[in-house]
Design a protein around this ligand. Structure first.
Ligand code: SF4
Length: 364
């Protein structure tokens, strides 16, 4: 049974210069075509796979860009809302209207992930975002007024020219919105983005020590505010952990719909065509839309389980490390104080979390 569904909406009002997702601009006509194609893909998937959805996640892109009417059409494909436990919608500040918020609630959305990224006006400009800091609190208030009681705020740190003091201000401003969950990721300079070019040209520089300092501040400040770091970059009030993301990190199957969406079901993994025009026309003609299909061997599945699991507070069951080389790494990590075995699970220590990426690479 597939328990997790991801739906990719590729539209954004403007493309941010650091973004490497498959996204583009598009008006009402393009959005309508996309929604029709998505509904067809969804109906076909329901016939092909045994779905017993526990979580639904509409990401992108900016799914909140869709009108209330188009969102309502998409929602017609959803199963009865009594059957799932979590339905997350990614929302950008300034894209919310009372009409849309009402339509989301009516469709059963019960978790909002708000793409705030920063509460600093200058940094929001550098990031190419469309909102101002005050829009974030206003959007949170509007969402709460419409009955949303589970709100995540997405933040980014280690941004160009960002000082540690500015990052602390952003964390405090985010906490003042009383979110139930905060995701805080260091900026990644993705290839083929304007940000990557600036890095290559030497206009901007990465500073590992600043990144580590900001990561430590994040952990300290959010923990003191009662948010538990259940994953290295994700902090939640107890009971507000993202069930959808936990599913990914625990290696559970998921189905992805929409252009560029990835799916992993059993030993199969694939990615849909990353081109909305091709996606729409191929669906209309009944042609395959899956590309980059691969068979996942059990060893890869275990390596992924280890890499994602070590980022989580719960860690990885010691029995998962079955190869001699993996056992040696487990021994070395404990010896160096970077990980510890607790109740049959290997967990990173706070010091190990600072070098989590290098530790993950040991198990590739
Ligand atoms: S709003 Fe989000 S998905 Fe859209 S371009 Fe910006 S970062 Fe990418």
């Amino acid at each position: 049974m597939v328990r997790h569904l991801y739906v990719h909406t590729p539209f954004c009002a403007k493309i941010c210069p650091y973004c490497a997702f498959y996204v583009h601009q598009g008006g009402a006509a393009a959005q309508r075509e996309f929604v029709q194609a998505l509904r067809t893909e969804w109906r076909r998937a329901k016939e092909e796979f045994p779905l017993a959805l526990d979580t639904i996640y509409f990401g992108g892109g900016t799914p909140s860009i869709l009108s209330a009417e188009l969102f309502g059409e998409l929602a017609l494909e959803l199963p009865d809302s009594a059957t799932w436990s979590e339905f997350t919608l990614e929302v950008n500040p300034k894209t919310v209207t009372p009409e849309k918020a009402t339509a989301w609630r009516a469709a059963g959305v019960n978790r909002i992930s708000l793409g705030a990224q920063s509460f600093d006006a200058d940094l929001l400009r550098i990031l190419g975002r469309q909102h101002a800091p005050e829009d974030i609190a206003e959007t949170c208030a509007l969402l709460r007024a419409h009955g949303f009681t589970n709100i995540n705020i997405d933040l980014m740190f280690a941004l160009p020219s960002q000082s540690e003091a500015k990052w602390i201000e952003t964390l405090q401003a985010a906490l003042a919105c009383h979110p139930n969950h905060i995701s805080a990721y260091a900026l990644t300079y993705e290839e083929d983005t304007p940000f990557f070019e600036k890095l290559q040209q030497g206009v901007w520089k990465q500073d590992e020590s600043r990144e580590i300092a900001m990561f430590t501040q994040t952990r300290d400040i959010l923990s003191a505010a009662g948010l538990i770091d259940y994953e290295i970059s994700n902090f939640a009030q107890p009971g507000f952990e993202s069930r959808h993301n936990l599913g990914y990190w625990r290696g559970e199957d998921y189905l992805g719909l929409g252009p560029s969406a990835c799916s992993t079901i059993g030993a199969q993994r694939w990615r849909n065509v990353a081109n909305t025009k091709s996606y729409v026309s191929q669906i209309a003609k009944g042609e395959p839309i899956r590309e980059e299909q691969e068979e996942i061997d059990p060893a890869l599945k275990i390596r992924e389980r280890i890499m994602f699991g070590l980022r989580m507070r719960e860690g990885v069951a010691l029995e998962v490390f079955s190869l001699p080389e993996q056992k040696r790494h487990v021994h070395d990590l404990q010896h160096q104080g970077l990980a510890q075995a607790v109740d049959g699970y290997l967990r990173l220590t706070p010091r190990g979390q600072l070098v989590a990426d290098s530790i993950a690479e040991m198990f590739v």
